[in-house]
Design a protein around this ligand. Structure first.
Ligand SMILES: [Zn+2]
Ligand SMILES: [Zn+2]
Length: 327
């Protein structure tokens, strides 16, 4: 290609780049073509192209910088740009490389949380678990396993991430429904707090800034939920609170799991018995953490519990007297 051809390619780039949605052209001279592409505040990248002596018989040299995207992701993208350029030696390469960068950002929406995903893979996903990235739906799919319990989670990363929070869904699971609802409810709340300022900020707190929610939510769901509960013991009987066989729970309603305010799990039968047994003074407290037990099913004041207990005792005394009398 002669100098005239290169001049023509530069002229074409100068005319075309500003017409591609999201691009701003910064420089377009023989020494360097520089443009920036912006999809959202977080998905922004600067593309710098430099031309070797033998261009276009030799591939254009790409460099990418970004204030928001991770270094590792950028170096991976540069390798792909190089490949793209190599496939076009002898032809015009400026516009194809620019378009390649734009397409990559558009078709890989999870690029915005590449570091969080790397941390999830490294720290949270163990050998029996699975993680899949679905770029077409901007979702992270996970199957998290603990003993014989498992949960399939779908976490969706919105286009305006991290200004907008991730959304969470349990696709399938063999955890009790009650726990499943609690896991998701708490995870949604955690995600919300990442992007919404607290209603009453602390007096000297710095101004609120939305922060990424993906890793935080996954840490909670994996470490504090799925991996935690199957091995826990009931604070009352000290036996495993979740039976080893997930199917067996359905057959024994007393072994149904109840969750109280502090987060500890009880067998339904054990919690019912514990809440009906004195002392009642000032309420009932979790034997494991000392926090007061609140539960929707057993909203009973200490006085009422005391009265019920006394009535039950009286009835038992009467029965005992009857039994004495009969014997
Ligand atoms: Zn128990
Ligand atoms: Zn507790």
């Amino acid at each position: 290609m002669s100098g005239a051809d290169f001049e023509a390619e530069l002229a074409e780039a100068k005319d075309t780049i500003p017409t591609i949605e999201g691009f701003t052209l910064v420089t377009c001279v023989a020494a360097q073509v520089r443009a920036s592409y912006r999809k959202t505040d977080q998905k922004q990248v600067n593309v710098i192209l430099q031309f070797p002596e033998g261009y276009p018989e030799e591939p254009v040299v790409s460099q990418l910088t970004s204030k928001t995207l991770a270094e590792k992701l950028l170096s991976g993208m540069v390798k792909m740009c190089d490949e793209e350029a190599r496939s076009l030696v002898g032809q015009r390469q400026i516009l194809p490389v620019m378009r390649f960068v734009r397409n990559f950002i558009i078709s890989n929406p999870l690029c915005v949380c590449s570091e969080e995903i790397a941390a999830i893979k490294r720290d949270l996903i163990k050998e029996n678990d699975k993680l899949k990235l679905k770029q077409d739906t901007s979702q992270v799919h996970m199957k998290i396993v603990q003993e014989r319990y498992w949960m399939n989670l779908l976490v969706t990363v919105p286009d305006l991430y991290p200004t907008q929070q991730v959304s969470i869904e349990v696709a399938e699971s063999n955890f009790p429904d009650l726990l499943k609802k609690f896991f998701v409810g708490q995870a949604v709340e955690l995600a919300r707090r990442c992007v919404q300022p607290p209603p009453k900020p602390k007096p000297k707190a710095p101004p609120f800034k939305p922060r990424p929610s993906l890793l935080e939510v996954c840490q909670f769901l994996v470490q504090d939920c799925v991996k935690r509960y199957p091995g826990e013991n009931c604070p009352v009987c000290r036996e495993r609170v979740m039976l080893r066989d997930p199917e067996a729970v359905a057959k024994d309603p007393k072994k149904r799991v109840e969750r109280v305010y502090c987060g500890h799990l009880y067998h339904h039968g054990c919690l019912a018995k514990y809440l009906k047994t004195p002392p009642f003074k000032d309420g009932k407290f979790c034997p494991d953490c000392g926090k007061q037990i609140f539960h929707d099913k057993w909203k009973v004041s200490p006085e009422l519990a005391e009265a019920r207990w006394a009535a039950k005792q009286a009835r038992q005394r009467e029965l005992a007297e009857v039994a004495d009398f009969l014997s």
